[in-house]
Design a protein around this ligand. Structure first.
Ligand SMILES: O=C(O)c1ccccc1N[C@@H]1O[C@H](COP(=O)(O)O)[C@@H](O)[C@H]1O
Length: 199
């Protein structure tokens, strides 16, 4: 097994959290961005996060929300990581730094290296996050960033291994590709994804 970092995102039920942890996920994500079929509240996320062992990172996922809201939801839910999908600049990451959480910067832009905005992990995603639509990570023009970067966007059990081998990603993140229908996770697909990702 490789030591690839694997994050399973958009979890809403205790069953799915338990399956992801048992399958060997390194991180689980709870969506606080409004308007997603996966959006949950802070109290629900807290209950789910409390099931997660200390060695597995719990991550709150945000998009275009004010820093006060991000701080509050992170505090109320107790997640240990914050993933930002908006166009937040370095000052936004700086404002969150004091909370001591792992900061994940998600972007569809070309980025030279992880850490430019003060993030701990860089997530290279599709322009429409959470849609399940892949982007062309195999394209000649794609240059992998330096440092710890996570590939996301349209991954599933069938394509994840090739994606890792082609791009050299340090980690992978998935939501749609482990669902039986939009917003509903499949335990079998979660297990298959983690196994396939690690090869
Ligand atoms: O999952 C969502 O609904 C979501 C909403 C808003 C921002 C990010 C979201 N999810 C993130 O999208 C990527 C990849 O998703 P997919 O596998 O293509 O469905 C992943 O980083 C999720 O954390």
């Amino acid at each position: 097994m490789s030591d690839l970092f694997v994050k399973i995102c958009g979890l809403k039920t205790a069953r799915d959290v338990d399956v992801a942890v048992a399958a060997g996920a390194d991180a689980v994500g709870f969506v606080f961005a409004p308007g997603s079929p996966r959006t949950i509240g802070a109290a629900e996320a807290r209950e789910l996060a409390e099931r997660v062992p200390a060695g597995v990172l719990t991550v709150g996922v945000f998009r275009g929300q004010p820093v006060e809201e991000v701080r509050r939801l992170a505090e109320e839910s107790g997640v240990r990581g914050v993933q930002l999908h908006g166009d937040e600049g370095p000052e936004f990451y700086g404002a969150l730094r004091a909370q001591g959480r792992t900061l994940l910067r998600a972007t569809a832009l070309r980025v030279e290296r992880c850490g430019e905005y003060g993030e701990d992990l860089l997530l290279i995603d599709a322009p429409d996050p959470g849609s399940g639509k892949p982007w062309n990570w195999a394209a000649q023009e794609f240059t992998a960033p330096r440092g710890q970067w996570v590939l996301a966007g349209g991954l599933d059990p069938a394509n994840v291994r090739e994606a890792v081998e082609t791009t050299g990603a340090w980690g992978v993140d998935v939501s749609s590709g482990v669902e039986s229908e939009r917003g509903v996770k499949s335990p079998d697909l979660i297990r298959a994804f983690v196994a396939a990702a690690r090869g």
